[in-house]
Write a protein of this length. Sequence first.
Length: 230
Amino acid sequence: MAKALDHRVRVAALRREEMQLHLLFSGLTLASTNSIYELEVEDVIKQAEVSRGSFYNYFPSLPALYEGLAKQLMQEFSGLIDDSMPNGLDTATRLASTMRMLMRLVVDYPMLGRFLTQIQWPNQNSDAEIFQNIIGDIQLGIKEGGFNNMPASIGANIAIGSLIGGIHTMLLKRPAKGFEDQVTNQVLIGLGVDVKLAGKISQAPLPAKPSFPETGIFGKLAEMGALAKK
């Protein structure tokens, strides 16, 4: 009896997780072609093909859904990049690789970029893991003397502000591949890295493109890509 009850609890939890992910991905799909500030709960309900009650079982409002989506994406970005990053990189190279990989990833999958450039990040998600990694590298670089002695918040503004601006530009004008390297190069120089070294770091070979997991938002993107190829 206890085993049967435990099984039902696990199945219910899995279904709840799947429905929440379905709603998040529906919100992401809508955000790829619409302003999230002009959307309404009814739009998500229609996209997800669920009832209004089902939506409110998971999110109290549309802003709450998009806040949850941003948090989910930041966690998944961090996991993908961490899994791809080789051990032993120096601080500047690790920061540069993180920025370049993130920029290329969200531009290769414009659904992600079009959403992320709308949410005024990282202000709404300053505790997001991917940004904490960037801020942590900046703090370490300042401590090690590889970056200029400045408040870490200023370094974070240089890096993250340039990251957002670079993504926005790449989505609008689709500059040639390598624009992310140019942005990263300027960020490193702004942080105090020698010009020649900054150029070398920002053009160093990146780790292999990470494989998407079978779960989460990236799992949905991978599934959608596979369906598109059939």
